[in-house]
Design a protein around this ligand. Sequence first.
Ligand SMILES: Cc1cc2nc3c(=O)[nH]c(=O)nc-3n(C[C@H](O)[C@H](O)[C@H](O)COP(=O)(O)O)c2cc1C
Length: 347
Amino acid sequence: MDRMKKIKIGKLEINSYVYIPPMAGVTDLAFRKIIRVFDKDTLIATEMVSSKSLMYNSNQNIMKLSPDEHPVGIQLFGHEPEVMAKAATMAEETGADFIDINMGCPAPKITKGKDGAALMREPELACEIVKAIVNSVNVPVTVKMRLGWDECQRNAPELAMKLEQLGVCAFTVHGRTREQGYSGNADWNAIKQVRERVSVPVFGNGDVRSPQDALKLIEITGCDGIAIARATMGSPWLSMQINQFLSSGNIIPDPSNIEKLDIAKLHLYELVKIKGEVIGIREARRHLINYTKGMPDSASVRAEIGKINSIQEAEELLSRLKFFFEDNVIKLSNTQENNEFSLISAT
Ligand SMILES: Cc1cc2nc3c(=O)[nH]c(=O)nc-3n(C[C@H](O)[C@H](O)[C@H](O)COP(=O)(O)O)c2cc1C
């Protein structure tokens, strides 16, 4: 970690330039376990948790942490300061190393209740929430935001300044407005405006897909670190590659297809272990599709994955794919040339 300085989020010092931010339906316990196979240090957070649901004793499973996965944060969404503060206390008791407040979710079902990105156009309420949480917990409090509600209300720098004064210890800024959803490109120059207005660490976020992208974002924005979300799906080794590149300039190659299939299997087993076979398999389909993206004949593989209904079917498909690649490695080493073939029909 010599090229860049270490990041301190309040009292939490991390040995990573990367934050894997919350992704609902993705950054669950199983996913985080797989991330930790590659990177013990990256900052990571749970899926977003409804503060209100915690008051009714539901949704506590999402906050379940494993003792060996720190540093890990719990992200809360909601708009009632007292409820958010109580939820933050519960999250702290669960073992969260930091509490992240969601001020970025653009989904209408979230924003219509003043939650998520809606808080960006209610700056006073956002401040009340931060005050209430900071007064209730001892762990650092962070905020994840977008550039603003829409093109006319890009208030991220001003809001960040206010929230920093109230005790927010770091920001993650996704370089799009709520109105943009995921369209267009993330505006990294706009993230720079937040970086310049606060003194706590800022993680630039949006469209980073490789170590080179990460460096470029840091060069453009001056950010302390990068938050990478979608690109980690099916590539849980990416944060390790980025950390290595930013600290030493070295590029660690992607795992081979055979190794990727082994990692996919591990992820599948974790999901089934934690959520049971029915839910585990249903959720594993999306991850398996991501792991096999870019492999030959991936469209047919995707269709096959969509039909998996049991752990046995999943194991059979993964073994079939692995056998195919092992066979191909032997063929390649014999002939030294790449053959075109179909993964599914070859079996
Ligand atoms: C499937 C999915 C779920 C997400 N869930 C959350 C969430 O719960 N909380 C949040 O703050 N952001 C959430 N996000 C936004 C990401 O954390 C991130 O800000 C966004 O994807 C942009 O980063 P990227 O270009 O690296 O993907 C989600 C994104 C995706 C794709």
